[in-house]
Design a protein around this ligand. Structure first.
Ligand code: GLV
Length: 320
């Protein structure tokens, strides 16, 4: 019988599984609208055997020191950049995440941002509402054609491939950059694996879909952004820190690239004084890459199943 700490209010579908499970003796859900501070987390997990962790809360050595009975950490997110997985494993703590169930949602959001940025939808919406639209003109509000162009996918895992799958119906050529080759996706999608620089030089749209790791932090810095076509659009639904955000703001402001669609940021929520706020060629969303009832409920269920398997000492359904 175990105490479980749930780091944020999560969809009922996940809580219900935990509430009704014989493995769980006490369920504590952090009730506030904001995430617990590291200190509050340490206090909350002292006698817990399982943590259902929600980003941005971090699981690190200090937290693990404070939770000596911990058996399992289940992240309600696919990205585990907030979790020191090695430190957990060293202590025999299992780690789970929520892959697959959010792949299509996140790929849809990448496409929503890609299309909105290409067709300048948020800028145009604002002008229509404010009475700043003077009527149809042959030379007004030109966007960028998406069909029959080239998409470059940085990180060709499940989500990157789902983004590319959608591009097929737009007749796009698909390039990808990934640590390992993906021969099955290459034959399914006609995608070609290239070096990152070649991808950036050749793509009309670049979609960032890699995990945030020591290797990918700041991957798209000023020198990489400078390789992109001035007509190109960058979309990020992965993690903000993969891109040097200050360098991106400069590239957008000086029209070194045409636009960006961003669901994720180096600091979330985006600071009010971010230079991105001043730019009309960027479309921004508040990290909604999996934000539907269906997907978030599926994530909550999978995270709960990871917890219960971990408490039983069984392999997790979605181990990291
Ligand atoms: C959300 O960003 C996730 O990693 O699932």
């Amino acid at each position: 019988m175990s105490k479980v700490f749930v780091g944020r209010v999560i969809p009922e579908a996940g809580l219900e599984l935990l509430r009704n499970a014989p493995e769980v003796s006490e369920l504590v859900v952090w009730p506030e609208a904001w995430a617990p501070s590291p200190e509050q987390m340490r206090e909350a997990v002292a006698d817990c055997e399982a943590i259902l962790n929600a980003p941005p809360s971090r699981i690190d050595d200090a937290l693990l020191d404070a939770a000596p009975h911990l058996k399992v950490v289940a992240n309600i997110a696919v990205g585990v950049d907030t979790i020191d997985v090695e430190a957990c494993h060293k202590r025999g703590v299992l780690v789970g995440n929520t892959p697959d169930v959010l792949t299509d949602s996140t790929a849809d959001v990448a496409w929503a941002l890609l299309m909105a940025t290409a067709w300048r939808i948020t800028e145009a919406d604002h002008n229509v509402r404010c009475g700043q639209w003077g009527g149809w003109k042959p030379t007004d509000y030109w966007g960028t054609d998406v069909s029959n162009t080239t998409l470059g996918v940085v990180g060709f895992g499940r989500i990157g491939q789902a983004v590319a799958r959608r591009a097929k119906s737009f007749g796009m050529e698909i390039l990808y950059w990934n640590r390992s080759a993906k021969p099955e996706a290459e034959s399914e999608l006609g995608a070609r694996r290239v070096e990152l620089d070649a991808l950036l030089r050749a793509s009309d749209f670049v979609s960032v879909n890699c995990a945030l790791t020591d290797e990918t932090r700041g991957l798209l810095d000023a020198s990489k952004l400078a390789l992109m076509k001035p007509s190109a659009i960058l979309v990020n639904t992965a993690r903000g820190a993969v891109i040097d955000e200050a360098a991106l703001a400069v590239a957008l402001k000086t029209h070194k690239i045409r636009g960006a669609g961003l669901d994720v940021f180096e600091v979330e929520p985006l600071p009010k004084d971010s230079p991105l706020n001043e730019l009309t060629n960027v479309v921004m969303a508040p990290h909604v890459g999996s934000a539907t009832e269906r997907t978030r409920s599926a994530m909550a269920r999978l995270a709960a199943r990871n917890i219960l398997a971990g408490l039983r000492g069984e392999p997790l359904p979605a181990p990291v």
